[in-house]
Design a protein around this ligand. Sequence first.
Ligand code: FAD
Length: 574
Amino acid sequence: MDTVVPRISTNFSTAHSAEAKDSLRQRIAPLIKGDVVDDLPTRTQYSRDTSIFEQMPSVVVFPKDAEDVAAVVRFVRDARERGENLSIAPRSAGTDMTGGTLTDSIALVFTKYMNHLGEISEDSATTEPGVYYRDFEKATLEKVGKIMPSYPASRSLCAMGGIVSNNSGGELTLHYGKTNRYVREMETVLSDGSRATLRPLSMAELAGKETEQTLEGKIYREIRALVRSHKAEIAAAKPNVTKNSAGYALWNVLDEEKGTFDLTQLICGSQGTLALVTRATLGLVKTKRHRTMLVIFLSDINALPEIVHRVLKFDPESFESYDDQTFKLAVRFIPQIIGHFGIIRMIELGFAFIPEMMMVLTGGVPKLVLMAEFAEDSADEALYKADEARAALSDLPVRTKLAKSEAQAAKYWTIRRESFSLLRKNLRGLYASPFIDDIVVHPDDYPRFLPELNELLSHYKLLYTIAGHIGDGNFHIIPLMNLGRPYDHKEILELSPKVYELVAKYHGSITGEHNDGIIRTPYLPIMFGAKMCALFAEVKKIFDPLNVLNPGKKVPSLTHGGTVADIDRLMIRH
Ligand SMILES: Cc1cc2nc3c(=O)[nH]c(=O)nc-3n(C[C@H](O)[C@H](O)[C@H](O)COP(=O)(O)OP(=O)(O)OC[C@H]3O[C@@H](n4cnc5c(N)ncnc54)[C@H](O)[C@@H]3O)c2cc1C
């Protein structure tokens, strides 16, 4: 499919020759206050994120402020109008698992300079994209005792621009929802270099905006017309699961009940393909103070759907899981995973892991460990709820345990949160390869879906771990591959569409939180169908007719990337 029609000639000059590279740095540097770098070490550093892909940018730009961002966008827009094949891939902390940050053109990196926090008020905080989540959370907790609860498992590594642009979710999403629920306002740079502040508009405000003879005005007019004329189709395409980052969330733009029209809902989760986020104001919540975790050790997977069904009735704040492979890896690499804690904490955690070591030695490792955490205002209430949930499982073939304090729950959280990092750091020769890493189905469908998924995976000689948000039906399946072998590339290309077809059969989502990027964009039609994907292409064309912003992500196009051939071409090969 290729419905995005560029107004430019396809006779692009190449951005790869040494001459073009030098001139690109020289041409951009005078336009901005920030840095423009094209030495090999810097370009190499930004040629990877945490996906299975590698692509060398021609130049890396570190903007100082939104004006710098606008200047780079205007430069690229003008270049594309002249037929030059330049584009911009925005990047915050670069922990994206989909290749969303990669480009062979201009990498625009926010963490170096655009890393300032703005105002923190009682119920929201304003941030630049390059602020790390860990710093954002520290500041909001210190100032108002609240957090932005949709943080991902990569909370210690990632930054706010990526959280917003991937519409990230995490362990608290079951209770608090994903990032889009917390976006109050966004400052953006649009694809012509103009700047627009987006927030939910009343219908009267929308009518005012539509009269503006700017790209922003045109976007409001055309997106409203598109949403209006395809209302039924868009409503039907809304994924029937609690979390989704696939496609453009057209179903969230118009809220008829509230009478609002909100473009932030389209930008959030759009991976920098529609606009660049230079500042965002995000809602904060006060989470409950006391927690008790019900830990469920499960050896018979068939009991899983019933367990999930019963536990959810008690409204856990989070409901997470990891499998036996993750369990064994964690025990094998205990020193590494606790190594970054202080010495006392390390000793405490080391002792806490003794029962796990015994399970590995005696062969008693459970197939799945489930962690349902109940949060309340008092310790007694949290304990009571967890105990009730535990009692509700008493007739099922599971072992259960209550972790009554944060200290007791810490080792389970450590394994769960560190699972992907563990794989990435420790297995020489094998690469933790996210390609079917983020599927979602409704928990009611587990009894039929899981056996079919197991059957499908059993045809491949894959070593993989599964961890995830079991309460949301969101599974992170991370195979370990040798990306130096063509056979492994073939498996990735073969298995991906099969898994996504299975997910589509159960009306699930091919990505609950990690987003589409290079790895999933070609498969969006499996989930949404050709007509809906044509609407996504139309959205892209309205926002970014010249393909200035992160082409090849979110919208498959024969001329601008996002195809299976791109997956094959860009996979790491060593
Ligand atoms: C160990 C590990 C665990 C993870 N767990 C989770 C999880 O639980 N949930 C989850 O959602 N994700 C998870 N991820 C993926 C990733 O960490 C998150 O999606 C994170 O929010 C991305 O933040 P970042 O700052 O690294 O973004 P980046 O990787 O820099 O960018 C993410 C995407 O947003 C775009 N982008 C970045 N900044 C901007 C901007 N200012 N304007 C417009 N577009 C922009 C990029 O082009 C890219 O497409 C995990 C990754 C790792 C390595």
